[in-house]
Design a protein around this ligand. Structure first.
Ligand SMILES: Cc1ncc(COP(=O)(O)O)c(C=O)c1O
Length: 314
């Protein structure tokens, strides 16, 4: 499978197509840069941008049997939301370790969850088993329409902060960062694009060091960024990401709490990754960190806040 990065014309068309169905999320200043709050989208992540774009671009008869995706959680929520909006059914394959908040959210939206163990789900994806299913399958990242929809986030950043000179983006499968980078660089090629992962799942750093496929077992609270290696994304990431930052898992945990207490923002682990990376970068006011999602289990949030409180009192 060969994939092309989105063109700026396609991203502009997608922005017009989905404008009424998503939110233009706020860009707020913090120490060391700005936060783009995609945690405030419907279903609390950027994923609705790509899923609306892909579903609306498909011919009616292709989506008549419904939508299907495979997900660590947020793509499932977005897919279920879009299917409900369009009045069609939805089924999602999810890791059986997905946070309860995400699974319950998907079911509340009327979609059917098919839970599978981590490796089984990766095999399902690697073997592209969706071809055996009747629904329109929307790949959560390795899909040109999804990446195009993700690019609409970058159009907003360019509009909200014309002097942006660096975007810091959490990376799982890579669809978010490729969509954002292709869009920003089409207009401002000099803007630096930083890809971020946790050291509990540094898939792409390891893949670039190895020069090819690697497989890691995730050990991170940033469950949204535990997508598998994909050859087509490897090439796109090579072309679009200027710099990689791997944040120690302890700092990811702290970043969730700091965002809540200092930033007044509720983020999940993956959503806090880019903010967590800011202290590892030289400070520049034109920096934007994408807070990509806010779906965190209340128990997990409480645990991270207690950990943080202990460091303050100790
Ligand atoms: C909150 C959050 N951030 C970042 C990502 C990473 O996006 P991508 O897989 O397109 O790299 C995801 C993916 O599910 C996510 O849910």
């Amino acid at each position: 499978m060969k994939l092309a990065a989105p063109t700026i014309d396609a991203v502009r068309a997608a922005a017009a197509l989905i404008a009424r169905r998503i939110r233009r999320t706020p860009l707020v200043p913090i120490d060391g840069g700005h936060l783009k709050l995609e945690s405030l989208q419907p279903t609390a992540s950027f994923k609705v941008r790509g899923f609306f774009t892909a579903a609306l671009a498909a011919p009616h008869d292709r989506r008549a049997a419904g939508l299907m995706t495979v997900s660590a959680g947020n793509a499932a929520l977005a897919c279920a939301h879009v299917a409900k909006y369009l009045g069609i059914p939805c089924r999602v394959m999810m890791f059986d370790t997905a946070p309860q908040a995400k699974r319950a959210g998907v079911e509340r939206l009327g979609a059917t969850v098919i839970p599978l163990p981590f490796q089984e789900l990766l095999d399902w994806m690697t073997n592209e088993r969706w071809h055996d299913e009747p629904e329109l399958f929307i790949h959560p990242f390795a899909d040109e329409a999804v990446m195009t929809g993700n690019g609409t986030l970058a159009l907003e950043i360019l509009d909200q902060l014309p002097e942006v000179d660096r975007v810091v983006v959490p990376v799982g499968g890579g669809g978010l960062v490729v969509g954002v980078a292709a869009t920003i660089k089409a207009i401002r090629p000099e803007v630096e694009v930083v890809g971020v992962q946790s050291d509990g799942y540094p898939l792409w750093r390891d893949a670039f060091q190895a020069g090819g496929p690697v497989s890691l077992k995730p050990n991170t609270i940033a469950d949204g960024t535990t997508g598998p290696f994909t050859g087509a994304m490897f090439e796109l990431l090579q072309d679009h990401v200027d710099r990689w930052v791997v944040v120690p898992e302890g700092d990811v945990r702290r970043a969730v709490a700091e965002l809540a207490i200092r930033g007044k923002v509720v983020a999940e682990g993956a959503g806090a990754l880019a903010f967590g990376a800011l202290s590892m970068l030289e400070s520049r006011p034109g920096t934007v960190a994408v807070v990509s999602g806010g779906n965190i289990d209340p128990g997990r949030l409480a645990e991270l806040l207690s950990e943080y409180a202990a460091t303050l009192s100790g």
